[in-house]
Design a protein around this ligand. Structure first.
Ligand code: HEC
Length: 509
């Protein structure tokens, strides 16, 4: 019993009889009684129990509900509504080409049709259940029976409705007594009003009218003018008071509204304008042999500095001339055009080529500990994925690529190849390779600042040197530690070898 209980009203004896109710003490006697009520031909009877009793509807002869059919019908109406709606909107009233698909297309309509099917079916189920049960209902005469409260607690009730054709008060009473019911009681219609209480209706009306207020306000504002500023629910920084350049402020000790730059700030337009530093090439020397290339390089640097590395700008400044500053894309797999794509770059494509570019032979950065550490960090971030932490070309990207692209993959170069050493491959050229990429390797000009690129150059040199360094290259203070490590490692290796040998012998015997 989920219907809310109202306190029993005084029952007027003149009231019409609503029915007769009897109590039963256990489920089996209730079920047996139900069956006999059904067999006696009663159709308007009801049983009440504190918990669901299986088979009781059958015992009472209650027919299965028609609710599923209502739900099915509503679902079907939902499907048809959705299809009709979409066919009208998308196929007839407002045709709109989407990916060249037909205007009337079933697959595209399925999601909406599905949604409306569910929506209609669930509403029909919900409100259909209400209608079939005669809800909403604020009171039921049977609540006037003082004992009936126990239906939700520990007792079972059987009710014979006066509306049944076979019903007569005395007959029903004796029949229930016959069935073993206790406390047989006649239930009279109660006096409680059948309609919805007034205060509820008024409350509902008020609620609805209040909910219209915001909409009305908005509607009014659309047709009237106002001089007051618009309402800002979230002002955020819309009204932050900004100071102009020469104004004063009491906020800062120096009284100026405008803050001076943090010492060391480099404005975007004021980046290191040393063109050699930005290109890795002695441009003055290059200008004597290849002036157009210098022009292109300058345009490239300019675009880097001004718009943060927009290659298009460089190309635009270079209108008409073929060579682009982006080599990676030109690198084709036919191998022949490798030299064309070499940005070493920006060399006009021509035959098997001797590199005559006057590369900077020395790193313009001072080789301090800080620079090397910075280079190490940036190498770890940008290069090690392909070239490996120690530069031998076996980074994680390479390892995976070997597995999945084995035939088409160009492995990253081993940076310890002699052709990449300083005498064969000047610092400036290495800088240019990092900046512009080479053949299959992309350039990192856009990601890594010029200073960091030079730091990487310095670190690559250190890496190369580290591969065949002798103890004499190490600062004296650290030699002892390294020697100790070496002897430790040697001892460990010898021990392992001896163990392996012993094992081998053991297994052979
Ligand atoms: C996406 C992978 C990848 C990354 C990251 C990468 N490289 Fe490479 N690098 C390559 C490949 C591949 C080659 C070989 C290109 C070819 O032969 O087509 C190469 C070649 C090189 C070469 C040899 C150039 C030559 O002229 O033969 C150098 C030097 C080099 N890389 C340095 C670096 C440095 C320094 C970094 C970090 C800024 C770096 N690479 C980052 C893939 C990469």
């Amino acid at each position: 019993m989920s219907t809310p209980k109202t306190p029993p009203k005084a029952v007027d004896d003149d009231n019409v009889v609503h029915g007769v109710v009897a109590e039963f003490t256990d489920v089996s006697s209730l079920l047996a009684a139900c069956e006999r009520v059904r067999d006696a031909g009663y159709t308007k009877a009801d049983a009440f129990a504190p918990f669901p009793v299986h088979g009781i509807d059958k015992a009472l002869g209650i027919k299965p509900t028609v609710l599923p059919w209502i739900a099915l019908a509503a679902g079907g109406i939902g499907t048809c509504t959705a299809l009709a709606m979409q066919i009208w909107m998308n196929g007839i009233d407002y045709q709109y080409i989407i990916s060249g698909k037909p205007f009337i297309s079933l697959p595209a309509s399925i999601p909406v049709a599905f949604e409306l099917t569910i929506l209609f079916a669930s509403f029909a189920t919900f409100f259909g259940m209400w209608a079939l049960n005669g809800l909403p209902r604020f009171s039921n005469p049977i609540f006037t029976s003082p004992r009936f409260d126990r239906a939700t607690d520990d007792t079972f009730f059987l009710f014979l409705d006066a509306k049944d054709n076979r019903f007569d008060e005395a007959g029903a009473k004796s029949f229930l007594a016959d069935l073993g019911g206790d406390f047989i009681e006649v239930v009279k219609e109660d006096d409680s009003p059948k309609s919805i209480p007034k205060f509820l209706l008024i409350g509902l009306a008020l609620l609805i009218s209040f909910s219209l207020i915001p909409a009305l306000l908005v509607a009014r504002m659309r047709v009237t003018k106002s001089t007051s500023p618009r309402i800002h629910i979230f002002p955020d920084m819309d009204f932050s008071p900004a100071k102009d350049m020469q104004q004063t402020s009491t906020l800062f000790a120096d009284g100026r509204a405008m803050r001076p730059d943090v010492p060391g700030t480099v404005h975007r337009g004021e980046m290191i304008w040393d063109l050699d530093f930005q290109t890795g090439i002695e441009l003055e020397k290059l200008a004597q042999t290849d002036a157009p290339r210098v022009r292109r390089l300058v345009a490239m640097v300019q675009s880097d500095v001004e718009v943060g590395g927009d290659e298009q700008a460089a190309d635009a400044a270079d209108a008409g001339e073929e060579t682009s500053s982006e080599p990676a894309e030109e690198a084709s797999s036919d191998g022949e055009s490798d030299e064309d794509a070499n940005p070493t770059a920006l060399t006009p494509a021509a035959g098997p080529e001797v590199d005559t570019t006057p590369w900077l032979s020395e790193n313009p950065l001072p080789l301090t500990d800080a620079v090397l550490r910075r280079g190490q960090t940036m190498f770890g971030v940008y290069c090690s994925t392909c070239h490996g932490m120690n530069g031998n070309g076996d980074g994680l990207v390479n390892r995976r690529a070997q597995r999945i692209l084995a035939t088409t993959w160009t492995p990253p170069s081993n940076l310890h190849d002699e052709t990449l050493f300083e005498d064969a491959y000047p610092d400036g050229k290495l800088f240019s390779t990092i900046s512009n990429g080479i053949r299959k390797m992309p350039g990192y000009r856009a990601q890594i600042g010029a200073e960091d690129r030079w730091a990487i150059v310095a670190y690559v040199r250190a890496l190369q040197a580290s591969q065949d360094a002798t103890l004499e290259d190490v600062p004296e203070a650290q030699r002892a530690t390294i020697e100790k490590e070496q002897t430790d490692v040697k001892a460990a290796l010898e021990k392992a070898a001896a163990e392996a040998e012993a094992k081998a012998k053991e297994s052979s015997t």
